[in-house]
Design a protein around this ligand. Structure first.
Ligand SMILES: NC(=O)c1ccc[n+]([C@@H]2O[C@H](COP(=O)([O-])OP(=O)(O)OC[C@H]3O[C@@H](n4cnc5c(N)ncnc54)[C@H](OP(=O)(O)O)[C@@H]3O)[C@@H](O)[C@H]2O)c1
Length: 275
């Protein structure tokens, strides 16, 4: 039976390539974006790969719209087997430069939106006894970085939610996972929210921006990251944590002794053993 995948944030970057890659691997892909008038690049990438995707509108921070979309996909395609929570946005600012509104916006897109979509697809996956929920987090979900206070806070939050859920969901055949890219040459940097005048922080910000430009000079391609996302989303392995590249594994390894999440799952799995 053809699997049905829902991918968010597919107007550009690794979400767009993950959508095409999943379609290339035989899935029926519902590729969502805020503004479907911006689907040109996805159409072109799909045509180049010789696949078709079902493009629909979704602003992931609109929880009611997400619920309607999940109902529509279920009516049209029968179910959702794979959810890729990819939509996300960065913010370059330290605490004093951030308003609470900007911090909330980071939580809305990088934390609450994946949580909401996960809650929407989980009942069907649990009832059918299989499913895959993959959230694109970041090495910034494991390593807090200067001028990424709100972004890393939100990515840490979503990793905590998903790792907690993973242990329970696996009892029902549902794989819950995260995948952590390092620098990827997508539209991410262009789309990042930045402060105007950084005041006393300006020299530190300048140093940080210059260091980051170096990291992005060797960035992974979004095609490559998209393929890694498809690998993780379709894997049968009971593995929570993935990275999109060797560089991402080295980066995440600065904080983590448990790079693939198996130590934590071996520790927590017995807590819900029923026999
Ligand atoms: N690039 C990196 O270096 C990097 C590293 C680690 C993690 N990540 C994560 O990777 C994921 C994909 O980012 P990318 O690198 O591919 O960057 P990108 O090219 O900027 O893609 C991000 C996508 O998310 C979408 N998006 C943003 N806010 C949205 C919303 N409210 N509703 C629906 N879609 C929304 C954007 O759509 P619009 O066109 O409508 O804005 C865009 O399609 C993000 O979660 C990001 O945090 C990126």
């Amino acid at each position: 039976m053809t699997q049905i995948a829902l991918v968010t944030g597919t107007s550009s970057g690794m979400g767009m390539h993950a959508a095409v890659e999943l379609a290339r691997r035989g899935l029926q892909v519902v590729a969502t974006m805020r503004d479907t008038a911006r689907a040109d690049r996805l159409h072109e990438a799909a045509a180049d790969a010789g696949v078709t995707v079902d493009i629909r509108a979704l602003d992931v921070v609109d929880h009611a719209a997400a619920a309607r979309l999940v109902d529509e996909i279920t009516a049209d395609h029968g179910r959702i087997d794979v959810l890729v929570n990819n939509a996300g946005r960065g913010s370059v600012a330290t605490a004093e430069l951030l308003t609470m509104g900007q911090i909330q916006a980071q939580l809305d897109v990088n934390y609450l939106a994946p949580v909401n979509l996960t809650k929407l697809v989980l009942p069907g996956m649990r009832e059918r006894g299989h499913g895959s929920i993959l959230t694109v987090t970041s090495v910034g979900g494991t390593v807090g970085q200067p001028f990424a206070d709100a972004y890393c806070g939100a990515k840490f939050a979503v990793e905590g939610f998903m790792q907690s859920l993973a242990a329970t969901a696996e009892h029902f055949g549902v794989h819950v996972r995260v995948i952590e890219p390092a620098a990827v040459s997508s539209d991410f940097v262009a789309n990042v929210e930045r402060p105007g005048d950084a005041g006393a922080y300006q020299p530190l910000l300048d140093a940080y921006v210059s260091r980051t430009a170096g990291a992005f000079a060797n960035a992974q391609s979004p095609q490559d990251a998209g393929a890694a996302i498809a690998d993780a989303a379709l894997s049968d392995e009971s593995r929570f944590r993935w990275q999109t590249s060797e560089a991402a594994s080295r980066f995440a390894g600065v904080s983590l002794a448990d790079l693939d999440g198996t130590r934590v799952s071996a520790f927590t799995r017995p807590w819900t053993a029923t026999v």
